[in-house]
Structures are given as structure tokens and as C-alpha cells.
Design a protein around this ligand. Structure first.
Ligand SMILES: Cc1cc2nc3c(=O)[nH]c(=O)nc-3n(C[C@H](O)[C@H](O)[C@H](O)COP(=O)(O)OP(=O)(O)OC[C@H]3O[C@@H](n4cnc5c(N)ncnc54)[C@H](O)[C@@H]3O)c2cc1C
Length: 282
């Protein structure tokens, strides 16, 4: 299958890219790794009249790490972030999640910020951004804004990016000292999108343990649940997990799984992720 005809733009700076996007509005799409957009165009599920290829814009491919955050530029490929030792040291959950994204060839090209903007309800990185209170930085010719993860994912394949905006970076907050994390999922085949996936962080700093999970594949977007009361006495209380998770998710039937099966996966995977994250926190 071939995509519909489009005009190709290749800006050389962020400012040029913003000018082009501002002039074209909803007619244009940013082309990053192309691992989601190009298949959609080839299947005729998307038909932008203009593609704005940002792959030749300098300054968007940096991973910056400090004691508080990992900041990932728009052109950082999944594989570069997965293998970045500084990012792994600060936020191990990034590597734990990225190794589950598609296959290595797709990770070599696809970008982490592109995955966030694309907003697939089964994608791993939106859950990580939400769990770690992350933000996405958006720029247009008129200025810049930071959107918190909880406001960024607005529906299935829908995110709070305006047609004239370029997402220039995403920022993931470093979990508090004494935290352990985990990402677990079940997919039909290795590398497929997950039927259900769970990111977890368990924190055992001073005082009572706290735990949060973010689930994918069980609603229109990633779902954040505070499950601290399910780990309150130092073990994972399965009944409490089920109760807390059930009211938060809203899975649907599709060709891959029934809603009931996804709900079952959510219970099992949250428990599994909490055990793993708890062991790593200890
Ligand atoms: C076979 C296959 C399996 C896959 N499995 C998984 C999986 O298991 N988990 C998973 O998470 N992903 C999976 N993916 C998708 C992959 O992670 C993509 O790389 C990712 O979703 C999109 O990143 P990209 O850089 O390729 O974006 P593109 O395809 O270039 O763009 C995707 C969308 O985001 C917009 N966009 C991209 N970057 C920006 C930006 N900086 N500013 C504004 N808009 C932007 C584009 O305009 C487009 O609408 C899979 C892909 C394939 C082909």
C-alpha cells in the first residue's frame, strides 16, 4: 500500500519548523521516526497534505540527566534512551519499559517523544510519563508551554498538541530515594502492543510505604492508581489491589482480547509489578 500524495518539508532549525507548522496548521503533520505515522498513511488511515520532517533539526537529540529529572529531546530514539546509562541510573523504569516497545529495528528509528504525542492507549511510555509526574514541552512560533502528563493524554490517539506546535522534549521525574520500579505486560506476540501493561513504583523511604501504578490497554489512555493501601503492611494485598484497580479501569472488547480478560490481566499484572518494584525498593 502506498500513502496518499503529500508535500515534504525539511526545516533546518526549530524556528523554521515552527514557521512551517504555523503556516500550514491542521494540514500538516510532524514526521519524527515515522514508525506510527507512515504505516497509518500507507493504510490510508491518515492523509496529511504536508509532512514536516524534523529529523534534520539540530539540538533535539539530547538526553539530559540531573538529580531531579531526565529530559528527553524530541529526536531521541527509543533505543538511544534505552541504552543511556545516565538515564537508567536515574530512572530505571525507562529501560524497563522501553525494552518492551516493539522490536529493536523499530526502537532504532521511533522516538520516545513521538510515542507520547501519538498517544496509543496501549503504548508503554505514556504510562511511564504519567506515573513519574512527567511533562511535555511544546513550542510554537508564539511561545512555549509545559503540559503535565495528567492533562496531556486526552483520548485514544489524542494528545494536547496543537497543530502549530512541536513537542521539543519530555521530562520524567526521578522517583524518591528508596524507590523500586517495574514494568510488566502481556502481549499476544513478543513486540506487539500490550493487551495490558503495568508500570509500578513502590517507595520505602522514611515512614509508610507508598505505591502507585499506571496501566495501559485497559482504557482510552494510561490510568494512574494510588495503591498504597494495598502494600500498607509490607506485603501485597491482592483483594485490595483488585478493588482499587477495578474502579479505575474501563477495558473494552476487541479482536485481541475480551474486556473481562483485560480486567483479569490488570489484577494479575498489578500484583506482579508491585512485587517486583517492592523487591527492588528493599
Ligand atoms: C510493528 C510495530 C510495533 C509497535 N509496537 C509498539 C509497542 O509495543 N509499544 C509502543 O509504545 N509503540 C509501538 N510502536 C510504535 C513506535 O513506538 C513508534 O515509534 C512511536 O509510536 C511513534 O514514534 P515516531 O517517532 O515513530 O513518530 P511518528 O510515527 O513520526 O509520529 C507519530 C505521531 O506523532 C506526531 N509527532 C511525532 N513527533 C512529534 C513532535 N516532536 N512534535 C509534534 N508531533 C509529533 C506525528 O505528527 C504523528 O502524528 C510500534 C510500531 C510498529 C511499526
Amino acid at each position: 500500500m502506498k500513502p496518499p500524495a503529500f508535500r515534504y518539508h525539511r526545516p533546518g532549525t526549530v524556528e523554521d519548523a515552527l514557521d512551517v507548522l504555523g503556516g500550514l496548521g491542521a494540514e500538516a503533520k510532524v514526521l519524527a521516526g515515522g514508525q506510527s505515522l507512515v504505516p497509518l498513511m500507507s493504510m490510508r488511515l491518515a492523509a496529511p497534505a504536508h509532512l514536516v520532517d524534523v529529523n534534520h533539526v539540530p539540538g533535539l537529540d539530547a538526553v539530559e540527566v540531573d538529580e531531579n529529572v531526565v529530559r528527553v529531546g524530541a529526536l531521541v530514539r527509543h533505543s538511544a534512551l534505552e541504552h543511556h546509562e545516565g538515564a537508567y541510573g536515574a530512572v530505571p523504569l525507562l529501560r524497563q519499559a522501553l525494552r518492551l516497545v516493539a522490536h529493536p529495528t523499530i526502537r532504532n528509528r521511533g522516538t520516545t517523544v513521538g510515542s507520547l504525542v501519538h498517544g496509543d492507549p496501549a503504548a508503554e511510555l505514556p504510562a511511564v510519563l504519567l506515573l513519574l509526574d512527567g511533562t511535555v514541552t511544546l513550542r510554537s512560533a508564539h511561545g512555549s508551554r509545559n503540559v503535565a502528563a495528567e492533562d496531556f493524554f486526552t483520548g485514544p490517539m489524542q494528545t494536547d498538541v496543537r497543530p502549530d506546535e512541536l513537542a521539543v522534549a519530555a521530562t520524567f521525574r526521578v522517583p524518591p530515594a528508596g524507590s523500586g520500579t517495574s514494568f510488566v505486560e502481556v502481549s499476544r506476540r513478543h513486540g506487539d502492543y500490550a493487551m495490558c501493561g503495568v508500570a509500578a513504583v513502590v517507595s520505602r523511604g522514611a515512614g509508610r510505604a507508598t505505591a502507585r501504578v499506571a496501566l495501559v490497554g485497559v482504557a482510552d489512555g494510561p490510568v494512574l492508581v494510588d495503591v498504597s493501601e494495598a502494600v500498607a503492611d509490607g506485603r501485597v494485598d491482592g483483594d485490595a489491589v483488585t478493588g482499587l484497580v477495578d474502579v479505575a479501569i474501563d477495558p473494552a472488547d476487541d479482536i485481541h482480547a475480551t474486556a473481562d480478560y483485560r480486567r483479569h490481566l490488570a489484577h494479575v499484572l498489578v500484583e506482579r509489578a508491585l512485587h517486583e518494584a517492592g523487591d527492588r525498593a528493599a
